[in-house]
Design a protein around this ligand. Structure first.
Ligand SMILES: Nc1ncnc2c1ncn2[C@@H]1O[C@H](COP(=O)(O)OP(=O)(O)OP(=O)(O)O)[C@@H](O)[C@H]1O
Length: 288
């Protein structure tokens, strides 16, 4: 568990994070629009940059103002772009990383490298060079090198960016398995990425916390505010100008419009909110 208490961060006069308090546990989704401060918070947690105010408590250890030094808590941080040793085979690259981490016994290293390759499901690719691997596979190599140090906290910044649907699903399964034994924090601006994965969610916007709670609580923010209309294509423009339309699907009998409204919409059916509806309600301040 990570307790973030009143953390603030400035770059020159620009406030990037303002009084952020969150409790990260389980498989935690940190979501927010571009520029919300998610990466900055991840970098603070992984000790890459300092904080200006507040404190962070990880597994009972406290870190305050200034750049904190990790002590007993091992943190693995996978940045958005991960690429090491482009022209070396996967097994050899991981072996080298293990050596840099102080594992000097060759046999021990071999056992560990094979173990992490299996954990991230990359058996059969041991001799492939990094540049020959797909984006999803490279991310899995990134996780493999993190697992070498047995971290109890894993931080992933936009982990599924650039992955195709199949790799996304495979990657989500891997994150789910990793989250069974560790705190896993996933930052993303794509709600679908965390929808079926996270047990707890924090929403950031412009450096401030707008929401923290369960997926069901986030959905509940849009309860009674999501409506669906069936309209003729010729009426589409007029409705788009008047209403908060969030989704349009074409159907055989016309267009189906998903609309947000705090008031009852005549001619529309009230529908159950999805996670993305709750997220948008919070970010756009609908209903407040
Ligand atoms: N080193 C820096 N110096 C100045 N401003 C910075 C620096 N790093 C980030 N920022 C600014 O801080 C704000 C938050 O950036 P950050 O990358 O943390 O957001 P984010 O939520 O991760 O966004 P995205 O989803 O686009 O990755 C942005 O306005 C960004 O321009």
């Amino acid at each position: 568990m990570i307790k973030i208490n009143g953390v603030s961060k400035r770059f020159k006069k620009h406030h990037i994070l303002s009084d952020v308090s969150l409790q990260l546990e389980g498989i935690y989704g940190l979501i927010g629009p571009n520029g919300a401060g998610k990466t900055t918070l991840m970098k603070i947690l992984s000790s890459l940059i300092s904080l200006n105010a507040g404190q962070v408590e990880m597994n009972g250890e406290n870190y305050r103002k200034g750049k904190y030094v990790k002590q007993n808590t091992l943190i693995g941080y996978l940045p958005q772009d991960f690429m090491v040793y482009p022209n070396i085979g996967l097994e050899e690259a991981l072996d080298h990383i293990a050596m840099l981490q102080g594992m000097m016994n060759k046999q021990e290293r071999q056992v560990k490298v094979r173990q992490v390759i299996k954990q991230v499901n990359l058996q059969g690719h041991e001799n492939k060079k990094m540049i020959e691997l797909s984006g999803g596979m490279r991310k899995r190599v990134g996780i493999a090198q993190l697992l070498m140090g047995d971290p109890s906290i894993l931080l992933f910044d936009e982990p599924t960016a650039g992955l195709d649907i199949e790799e996304r699903i495979r990657f989500r399964n891997l994150l789910r398995n990793l989250g069974m034994e560790r705190t896993v924090v996933i930052s993303s601006h794509i709600v679908e990425d965390i929808e079926f994965l996270c047990t707890k969610i924090g929403v950031l916007k412009e450096g401030r916390v707008l929401f923290e709670g369960s997926p069901a609580e986030l959905k509940a923010h849009a309860k009674g505010q999501v409506w669906e209309y069936q309209v003729a294509p010729s009426d589409l423009d007029a409705i788009m100008n008047q209403k908060e339309v969030v989704q349009i699907t074409e159907e055989s009998n016309g267009m189906n419009l998903r609309v947000y409204s705090t008031k009852s919409e005549s001619g529309a059916t009230s529908v159950e909110p999805r996670l993305v509806d709750g997220y948008l309600a919070v970010v756009k301040g609908i209903g407040r």
